[in-house]
Structures are given as C-alpha cells and as structure tokens.
Design a protein around this ligand. Structure first.
Ligand code: PAF
Length: 289
C-alpha cells in the first residue's frame, strides 16, 4: 500500500492507474478505524479496480476545539488495517495541504446543513461538505462509498455532488452493528461500561419506530414510539427522534406514503450517539376490481 501525504505523490499514482484503465474508488475517513470502515472498503474493492482511503481529521467540522483535540488518532493501527483490507493507497493530507493559508473557501448545502443534526452543530455539515469536496477533487475517483449510519451526511454529499456536477458516483453502505444492535462508531470507545451496556436501546427504539411505520402509523407516532423506548433507559438522554422522507429528509405530515428514514440521537454521559434505519409504509390496499 502506497502512503501519500501530498498531492504531488498521490496524483501521479492515481493518474497512472486511470491511464491503465483502472476504476479508482474512494473511502474517506477520519481514522480511528473499525469494522464499519472495513465494510466501506470491502464495498469499494468490489466496485473498483483500485481503492484509495483517506485519513484526515477535518478541523472545520468540529464545533469545539476540545472535541477536535480529543478525537482519537491512531495512525499506525489505521494504516495496518487499511493495508490488511487491500487498500492500494492511503492519502493522509496535512491541515496546511487541505486548507492552505487557513479555511476560507467553503461548500454550503443550505437545505440540508441546518436541519436535524445540523441544527445543534452549526457549521458541522458545511465543514463536512468542504472536506469531502476537497478529498474528491484531490483523488478524482469514479465512485466513493459512505456509511448509511451518517444518513444526513450521505444525503448532503449526494446533493453536493449532483449540484456541483461532480463526475463521481456516491454509494451508501448499510450500518454495521454489534451483536446487541449497537451501530459501530469511533465514539463507542468513549462510552463507560454502563453506558456501553445501555446504548443498544437506540437500536431497539429504531425497531419500534420501524414497526410503527410498517403498521401504517403516522410519522409523529413513529417518533413517539422511538422516544418512549429511549426514555425507558435511564442512562440515555434523548436529543432527537425524527421520521423523515428518506430521499429528501423533509418532514413527513401524517402517514408516510413512501420510504422514510428514522433518525435518532441520544447522549450517554458526554457521548452523543446517532443511529438510523429506513422503513417502508404498508402498500395501500388495491381497490376491488
Ligand atoms: O464521516 C466522516 O468520517 C467524515 O465526516 C468525513 C466524511 C471523512 C469528512 O471529514
């Protein structure tokens, strides 16, 4: 596996592969890799001839300096995992490389960045869109793979790529879960043992929300069902429970008519966990012929 820290190293490598007819796939990460990232890499390997993975802890998507400082950094272990997963090149840009002279030019997706998780994390999704645009421009892949767990991020990246006419396909990869249902996340490592034991309540709440949608309940009832399950766990503090249109993330009035996504966020001590699940409403009865 080649390791590149600057574009002068990365670009000739990718140009050589592309000139030889290879399709280059991209997986972007902030490191602290786990099985969820490996699922992205497996999907990228299946859909490409060469895979580039990036590790960049992007400062512009962190609200508080303390959050950025405490974000786990495990470069050697991450590189070993990427190598074992068959990644062809790892790009680890420096902050100066990504933001020469400091952050100034940004990519904004106003319709998606201020809602849901963006409402409580001002600037977060603008930082994500900006970093992802730069990583896509740096590598020039034919496709990139993102986790469905960060559903709003995936929707935002899809819209940005469409709106900016970027020549890349964006693929979502299903959430990878522990045996007890907890979605894999770099944040899980920061949970106390008691909070780790309590955290699968999010998955149970999503299943309750999905069951409500599948019964034909209104979006608000599905949100209520999720909130009640989270409230049954004293260690969890609900931050948000939403049932939104899966394609646009727009609020749903009454009973959903098409696929929805259930989005949950809850705090366990200091750690905010998010999770999501899609759900299909029942198909309307055919009128008797
Ligand atoms: O999901 C992440 O790890 C980050 O938000 C991303 C997409 C790498 C952008 O910094």
């Amino acid at each position: 596996m080649k390791i590149a820290r600057d574009l002068d190293t990365l670009r000739p490598l990718v140009a050589g592969w592309t000139a030889a007819g290879a399709r280059v796939g991209l997986v972007t990460t902030m490191g602290a890799l786990h099985e969820g990232h490996m699922a992205l890499i497996r999907a990228a390997r299946e859909g490409s001839d060469r895979v580039v993975a990036t590790i960049f802890v992007n400062p512009t998507q962190f609200g508080e300096a303390a959050d950025l400082a405490s974000y786990p950094r495990r470069e050697d272990a991450d590189l070993a995992m990427l190598r074992a997963a068959g990644v062809d090149a790892a790009w680890l840009p420096t902050i100066d490389h990504m933001y020469p002279g400091g952050p100034d030019t940004f990519v904004a997706v106003p319709s998606l960045e201020g809602i849901l998780m963006g409402a409580t994390r001002p600037g977060h999704f603008r930082g994500v869109a900006t970093a992802v645009a730069k990583l896509l421009n740096g590598v020039g892949p034919h496709a990139a793979w993102f986790g469905e767990k960060d559903f709003q991020q995936l929707a935002l990246v899809r819209k940005m790529v469409r709106d900016l006419l970027m020549p890349v396909a964006i693929h979502g990869v299903p959430t990878v879960r522990e045996g007890d249902g907890l979605a894999l996340s770099s944040r899980n490592a920061r949970l106390s043992a008691a909070d780790r034991a309590a955290a699968p309540v999010l998955h149970r709440a999503l299943l309750a929300g999905r069951a409500a949608v599948e019964r034909g309940a209104a979006a608000a009832a599905a949100e209520g069902a999720m909130a009640r399950v989270v409230a049954s766990e004293p260690r969890a503090a609900l931050a948000s429970a939403d049932c939104r249109d899966a394609a646009t993330l727009a609020p749903v009035d009454g009973r959903p008519a098409s696929e929805v996504v259930l989005l949950l966020a809850a705090r366990f001590g200091e750690v905010l966990l998010i999770d999501q699940m899609t759900a299909e409403p029942p198909t309307p009865e055919e009128p008797p012929s």
